[in-house]
Write a protein of this length. Structure first.
Length: 68
């Protein structure tokens, strides 16, 4: 009976965490990885450290950092 509720709470927590990270400008590595695997399967996925450095550079350099 409560397993569905537990899943709902877990999903809500996941979305809340993602929203909070986006509000303060922290990059979401899991979203990046799923995007790369789905949209650019021929490209290598950056490590978390590479991804974080690239996102910080894109955020503070004033240039757009989107791939598509």
């Amino acid at each position: 009976m409560f397993s569905g509720l537990r899943d709902d709470v877990r999903n809500a927590g996941r979305y809340l965490g993602q929203t909070m990270r986006l509000m303060v400008g922290l990059p979401d590595y899991e979203t990046y990885v799923s995007h790369m695997r789905r949209t650019h399967p021929d490209r290598d996925v950056m490590s978390y450290e590479q991804f974080f450095q690239e996102r910080q550079a894109a955020r503070y350099s004033g240039s757009a950092g989107r791939c598509c």
